[in-house]
Unconditional design. Structure first.
Lengths: 82, 226
């Protein structure tokens, strides 16, 4: 079993109103010194077998085709062995 | 004019769209469920609004990968007119049939109100019933209507006359870049728009400004048939 974590983040330059709202809420909590917050998504995926190279190909394909919208988002795939 | 309306779980504006199409074309549209792999032979395919698949992952993302959308893409490639309204616009962008993406509204609020639209290009098959520069009324109801595209895409949208509708008179409800409310693809046969023209087609709706989109298509379809 191969375990992977996919991190999807908004590209630089794409406005993130949700991140901005979180920033202002942190200010309301009195947590100061926060430069900026960008919100993203995390997907934990398990791939059958032990073929890391094959798994990487599948994980990249699922990011390109579904998990990320590459018009506005970047993705990062981290593979952790079972 | 024969029309088809795509049905996906979670849509809620399909009935309004079907009623508008029936009123204006005089024929009941064929409905096509999301698992279908082929479309009937029609003059217009409509992807209506709502919250397909609960807007899970991203608005329109799951719907765009459903079997019926492959058939819609095939029809679009053959030149069949395709109209996507609201969630339908989001689905067409997610499916790659239109450029750009629709993000969360800049003010993070769901907006349900009437806006003004400027008809930027009245030469598309969806907009010939209007005059260039005409300001029309149209309702909006969405949470993710904030249109975004990179600079290169925006330039080509402008240069190729692909921007059909823009929010006018300071009524941009969602922060969309360049006030973009509706665009066509390069071939000009796929239109996506956030506002709901189907909800302003009868005097009982309080106005008929939305009829022009359907009447433009009807005119184009009649002239082809004749």
């Amino acid at each position: 079993m191969i375990k992977a974590r996919i991190i999807v983040t908004l590209k630089t330059g794409v406005l993130d109103p949700q991140g901005k709202a979180i920033e202002s809420a942190l200010g309301n909590l009195g947590i100061d010194g926060v430069g900026s917050v960008r919100q993203g998504k995390v997907f934990d995926v398990e791939i059958d077998g032990e073929d890391a190279a094959g798994a990487k190909t599948k994980l990249d394909a699922m990011c390109e085709q579904l998990l990320a919208n590459t018009v506005i988002e970047n993705y990062l795939v981290e593979i952790h062995h079972g | 004019m024969k029309t088809a309306v795509v049905l996906l779980p979670g849509l809620n504006r399909d009935r309004d769209m079907i009623a508008a199409l029936r009123t204006i074309t005089g024929k009941k549209p064929v409905t096509v469920w999301q698992t279908e792999t082929a479309l009937p032979d029609v003059d217009l395919v409509v992807v209506p609004g709502g919250f397909s698949f609960g807007d899970y992952l991203r608005a329109g993302a799951i719907a765009a990968r459903s079997p019926v959308m492959r058939a819609v893409a095939d029809a679009a490639a053959k030149g069949v007119p395709v109209l996507g309204v609201c969630n339908g616009f989001q689905i067409l962008c997610e499916a790659g049939l239109l450029p750009g993406a629709l993000m969360r509204n800049a003010a993070l609020r769901f907006v349900c109100r009437e806006v003004k639209l400027e008809v930027v290009n009245a030469r598309t098959r969806f907009s010939t019933a209007y005059e260039e520069g005409q300001i029309i009324r149209c309702p909006v109801a969405h949470h993710d209507g904030n249109y975004f595209a990179d600079d290169a895409t925006l330039k080509s949208l402008k240069d190729d006359g692909q921007i059909v509708f823009r929010y006018a008179e300071g009524t941009n409800p969602n922060g969309a870049i360049h006030d973009i409310a509706g665009i066509v693809n390069k071939a000009g046969n796929v239109l996506g728009m956030m506002p709901h023209p189907e909800n302003l087609v009868e005097p009982e709706h309080g106005g008929t400004d939305g009829r022009g989109i359907f009447e433009s298509l009807l005119g184009a379809s009649t002239s082809v048939a004749a």
